[in-house]
Write a protein that binds this ligand. Structure first.
Ligand SMILES: Nc1ncnc2c1ncn2[C@@H]1O[C@H](COP(=O)(O)OP(=O)(O)O)[C@@H](O)[C@H]1O
Ligand SMILES: C[C@@](O)(CCOP(=O)(O)OP(=O)(O)O)CC(=O)O
Length: 186
């Protein structure tokens, strides 16, 4: 079993998963820390099958939101056949030399089970944020998305670390310091 440190991030849409994991990678350095997106291989295959623009599905855009419900459904069908499918693809693409792998977008207990099964040093990190702030960042409640497994399956998971990302940079910095300390201890 690898002794890499695996940080498995999750959080609601617009909680700031990409923002926080990007900042973390900057702090740790790209050579030490690789970002793994479970949604990466999902979007790539979905785009190919449906003649869509893969790059436009990657950023925080309206284009992604337009196809989100269909991508969730498609991804769920794939996961039903093999819950490890996207996790396997994400780690196949990851940097073997980085000592820290940050999974940016876990959504399901099966994702958590996968990393806990395959790695020793795993921390689950939940990014949380008030809905009022998510709305300011462009979140609009959408049925079949915000009430679906994709957004809710890890709500009651016993996360190791909670990061509050309401936009207070000082508060975020303090939380980063203790997260970095936890990583060093591992
Ligand atoms: N702490 C923060 N300070 C400033 N902007 C932020 C912060 N957190 C998130 N954002 C912004 O809010 C938007 C949504 O964040 P993002 O990381 O894409 O969320 P998620 O990946 O959880 O959907 C992005 O435009 C991002 O830059
Ligand atoms: C179909 C998805 O993989 C789409 C995920 O796209 P992003 O990971 O880009 O989403 P946010 O960062 O939360 O906005 C969801 C799933 O159920 O797998």
């Amino acid at each position: 079993m690898s002794d890499k440190v695996i940080l498995v991030f999750s959080g609601k849409r617009k909680s700031g998963k990409d923002y926080v994991t990007g900042l973390l990678q900057e702090r740790l350095g790209k050579a030490n820390c690789d970002l793994l997106r479970l949604s990466g291989p999902l979007k790539k295959q979905f785009a190919k099958d449906h003649q869509l623009d893969y790059d436009k599905l990657l950023d925080a855009s309206e284009y992604k939101e337009k196809y989100r419900a269909a991508m969730i459904k498609w991804g769920e069908d794939m996961r039903l056949a093999n819950p490890a499918y996207f996790c396997n693809l994400a780690i196949a693409d990851a940097s073997t030399s980085a000592s820290v792998w940050v999974i940016t977008d876990a959504r399901r207990k099966t994702d958590m089970d996968y990393f806990n099964k395959h790695f020793n040093k795993v921390l689950s990190v939940r990014v949380v944020c008030d809905d009022t702030i998510r709305i300011q960042r462009g979140w609009v409640f959408t049925a079949n998305v915000d009430d679906a497994e994709s957004e809710c399956n890890l709500d009651d998971y016993a996360h190791n670390i909670i990061i509050r990302n309401d936009g207070n940079q000082h508060e975020l910095e303090m939380q980063f310091q203790s997260l970095m300390e936890r990583i060093r201890e591992m």
